[in-house]
Write a protein that binds this ligand. Structure first.
Ligand SMILES: Nc1nc2c(c(=O)[nH]1)N[C@H]1C(S)=C(S)[C@@H](COP(=O)(O)O)O[C@H]1N2
Ligand SMILES: [Mo]
Length: 392
């Protein structure tokens, strides 16, 4: 019996609720999971951890030489302390003749200066380690570059009159926590790190209250943080509380249990050594890994290189997985402690799969290695990374 138009519509309408039910099923299953999907708290940043909030700069979108504050990567171990500028003060003490305390207004009168300084987390690129290790799994974006305005730490140490025999300067943050296994010390410990007295007296070493001309955002250390140019990020203590001068090297948690690499001094015995100065490194922002790019058109490879204090003198590109290398033109803009952009106009020969690499050399003659040095444990990840692309 042929169905009338009307009964067809009726049967379609009857079918609808069951269809809708089918579609709804996976959605409600998702809603039942313990962690509901949320929007990133900082749009434009990649979430690596929600609590505490650890956020990666989207390196593939690299454009600005100075990273906007809203895109600057965030690395916080414990939490973001809620501090008020009016109540904040810093204590300078330890192996000094005249310990003192200073508030923000007075600190801002101490020879303010502005420097562009790149910060890179010592674990940037950790996701590329084989085998994978503990710690945050950064891809390429545990790095950013900004202007910092602050007082030179050296001027404060001068005021405190450092006693002879001083070697280290401990920087202590307001954030503190009872640490987990294995075998943590008792009680809460603040995030803290030491720098050498020599580094503390370097006129570029700042106690900063501004980032790119704005007051420090809470996540970046409000109201005052240290900026230790040329050292990996862990030394640039946020939410600064105390500066403690010592007459012996500091052996705190974050430079013994953590942020250390193996070195082999002359006697050959592996010696655990705190991570300090940055090594030379470069990264390709574009193309991205696994990007498909059109054949028969020129393609601009683009990225950044940095080495801490020494300037970048050369970046080379390989289009054949490291067999052959050619120099990539460097941006004119080059400054110690900041990154330098490079680009390379690639005339794509034919469709197929290509493995692109970059490697930088700095003014000290250091070049990125092809192989990972396992003595570096989970830090200082600078070996050359392959970017696989598909051309068609
Ligand atoms: N007080 C405090 N300072 C800190 C940290 C922290 O967790 N607490 N993290 C350090 C690490 S490991 C890095 S890489 C940088 C990151 O600075 P940012 O969050 O402003 O990018 O801050 C450093 N200073
Ligand atoms: Mo870090």
């Amino acid at each position: 019996m042929p169905l009338s138009r009307r009964s067809l519509l009726q049967s379609a309408a009857l079918a609808l609720p069951s269809l809708a039910g089918l579609r709804a099923a996976p959605l409600s299953a998702e809603a039942n999971t313990t962690v509901a999907p949320r929007q990133p708290v900082q749009p434009g940043l990649i979430t690596r951890q929600r609590t505490p909030e650890n956020l990666e700069f989207p390196f593939a979108a690299l454009k600005d030489w100075k990273t906007p504050n809203s895109q600057f990567f965030v690395r916080s171990h414990f939490y973001v302390p809620e501090l008020k500028a009016e109540d904040w003060s810093l204590r300078v003490e330890g192996h000094v003749e005249r310990p003192f305390e200073i508030g923000l207004k007075d600190l801002q009168q101490v020879d303010p200066s502005t420097h562009t300084v790149l910060l890179e987390c010592a674990g940037n690129g950790r996701v590329f380690l084989q085998p994978l290790l503990g710690g945050l799994r950064w891809e390429q974006g545990g790095v950013s570059n900004a202007d910092w305005t602050g007082a030179p730490l050296g001027a404060l140490l001068e005021r405190a009159k450092v006693k002879s025999g001083a070697v280290d300067v401990i920087l202590e943050g307001h954030d503190q926590k009872r640490l987990g296994p294995p075998s943590p010390p008792t009680g809460e410990i603040p995030f803290s790190r030491s720098i050498t007295l020599e580094k503390a007296l370097d006129p570029h070493t700042l106690l900063a209250w501004q980032m790119n001309g704005e007051e420090l955002p809470p996540a970046h250390g409000y109201p005052v943080r240290a900026v230790i140019p040329g050292w990996y990020g862990m030394a640039s203590i946020k939410w600064l509380k105390r500066v403690i001068v010592t007459d012996r090297p500091f052996d705190g948690y974050f430079q013994t249990f953590n942020y250390t690499i193996w070195k082999r001094p002359e006697h050959g015995l592996p010696t655990l050594t705190p991570v300090t100065e940055m090594d030379v490194k470069s990264q390709i922002a574009r193309p991205m890994s696994h990007e498909t790019i059109p054949a028969g058109k020129p393609y601009r490879i683009f990225g950044a290189a940095w080495a801490g204090q020494p300037e970048i003198s050369k970046v080379e590109i390989s289009l054949d997985a490291g067999e052959t290398w050619s120099a990539a033109p460097l941006n004119v803009k080059s400054q110690p402690y900041a990154w330098r952009f490079f680009k390379y106009e690639w005339t794509i020969p034919a469709s197929g799969d290509y493995t692109i690499m970059c490697r930088a050399t700095d003014a000290r003659g250091r070049t990125q290695p092809m192989q990972r040095d396992p003595n570096r444990r989970d830090a200082m990840i600078t070996h050359v990374q392959p970017i696989a692309v598909h051309v068609r």
